[in-house]
Design a binder for this molecule. Structure first.
Ligand code: EPZ
Length: 425
């Protein structure tokens, strides 16, 4: 279900949370895995695809590229019998992550034209590392008129390359190179590869399609090219960032909540950070439980590539820091401008001092409800968290940012006891 642009969320703060919540499939796993279905003319079935505007955009892009696409709740079936080589500008410009069709189109068709993704509120979103990888595989890359044009008439050749950039490794860049290299002639070695669980999940899907990949989930991935790939079925991993967001909610207010259908191993640094603050977290094989702790201590964190502290949890931890009666600090090294949430949290009374890419939060000052504006996906989640504890009513405008990446967040929070409702703005 995608919200209209003009919807808002009204939250009455102070309602205690309790009970259980099922975590959805991962948005950041679903997007590249859906793109990977372009690599075969056979039928693919992807399960646990969350119902988000971002995943729905990707389905529209696959359809516009010529694939037959069907979605029945969380199950998506794709048959890319024939595929056009040009990704439609009007769709690609709306979602940066659509850049991940670059690799499969190049791998399958040996050419493609994909519009340069725009930047977004968390900062400039360059793709130079993606293009470095394509060139290393022997493709000719031209960027003009806002389009990336890739041609590899003689096919792609395996190569050794390093995809590390000044802000570390690139998740979608690693995905794109992997999706092109699986059909290249010979061996590809990606040094400085992103090690995120979503990269490993994509590799596991490609291996089910007949690809030969070793080392996914580490910083060195080796791919043996094959002649063609066949259809496969796959269930995407749990969304570790949605899970981390709910862990923050459970730490901030209520009598304790339990998250089900999660993979604790994908959240180890988030769990360790919460435990270091003094929050008690019980870990099951696919569940996590947490409750508030009035004596929790502040934290001092820096965002890093996986397995370091994830940038996608930075805003949510800023909101958590507001309710810890101590000082905390968080430094953002992946997207240094990713602090859209700070000004809005300060409107609610948060005491935050932003110096460059570091935020210092003095927690404990009571938050008060206020009209605030959602901006990027995770900043918006931070505002919802703050609204749950703020005194009085908070109105969060531009709800579509939340619907991009959180499946039914308001309904899941309401089921845990939160008092909120979605209204036209
Ligand atoms: C993925 O984006 C995620 N999106 C982001 O989640 C996440 O924040 C990011 O990885 C980092 O973990 C999806 O998976 C769909 P990057 P991606 O390439 O792959 C720089 C969310 O909230 N860089 O790993 O686009 C870049 O500017 C979203 O769900 C280059 O310099 O991010 C950044 O500073 C937001 N050149 C750093 O690397 C390049 O060619 C990491 O970016 C590519 C990236």
């Amino acid at each position: 279900m995608t919200a209209s642009f003009m919807e808002k969320l009204i939250v009455q703060g102070g309602a205690p949370l309790s009970g259980k919540v099922n975590i959805s499939g991962s948005k950041n796993s679903s997007l590249p895995i859906l793109a990977a279905t372009l690599l075969t003319r056979d039928h693919c079935v992807i399960r646990r695809v969350p119902d988000l505007s971002d995943t729905n955009y990707m389905l529209r892009i696959l359809g516009e590229l010529g694939a037959e696409v069907e979605r029945a709740s969380g199950v998506v079936s794709v048959k890319a019998g024939k595929v056009r080589h040009t990704a439609p500008y009007d769709l690609v410009r709306k979602m940066r992550a659509s850049i991940c069709v670059l690799g499969p189109l190049t791998g399958r068709l040996r050419r493609c034209t994909v519009s340069l993704p725009g930047g977004c509120v968390i900062g400039d979103r360059p793709v130079d590392l993606h293009l470095r990888g394509m060139e290393a595989l022997g493709a000719d890359v031209q960027v003009d008129g806002g389009d990336i044009r890739i041609t590899a008439r003689g096919g792609l050749r395996g190569a050794t390359m390093n995809l590390m950039g000044k802000h570390g490794s690139t998740v979608l860049g690693t995905d794109n190179v992997m999706m092109a290299a699986v059909l290249a002639k010979g061996t590809t070695v990606i040094e400085g590869a992103a090690a995120e669980p979503e990269v490993e999940d994509l590799a596991n899907f490609l291996i089910k399609m007949g690809a030969r990949i070793e080392g996914a989930g580490t910083n060195r991935i080796v791919i043996e090219g094959v002649r063609e790939l066949h259809g496969a079925e796959h269930s995407v991993i749990a969304d570790r960032i949605e899970a981390g967001t709910f862990l923050c909610a459970g730490a901030m207010i209520g009598r304790g909540i339990t998250l089900n259908r999660v993979n604790p191993a994908h959240l180890s640094v988030v769990i360790a950070s919460l435990r270091q603050c003094g929050f008690v977290i019980e870990e099951g094989s696919d569940s996590l439980s947490i409750k508030p702790n009035k004596k929790a201590k502040g934290f001092d964190l820096t965002t890093l590539c996986y397995p370091g502290f994830p940038t996608d949890m930075q805003a949510q931890f800023c909101a958590l820091a507001c309710v810890i009666h101590d000082g905390s600090s968080i430094t953002e090294t992946i997207f240094p401008q990713r602090f859209m949430h700070v000004a809005e949290l300060k409107r609610m009374g948060a005491d935050i001092d932003l110096q460059g890419a570091s935020a210092r939060i003095r927690g404990g000052t009571p938050l008060k409800g206020a009209p605030v504006m959602a901006s990027d996906l995770r900043a918006s989640a931070a505002l919802v968290l703050a609204a749950l504890v703020a005194k009085g009513k908070t109105e969060i405008h531009r709800l579509y940012h939340i619907d991009r990446g959180y499946e039914h967040l308001d309904e899941k929070l309401a089921a845990l006891g939160a008092r909120l409702e979605r209204l036209p703005s």
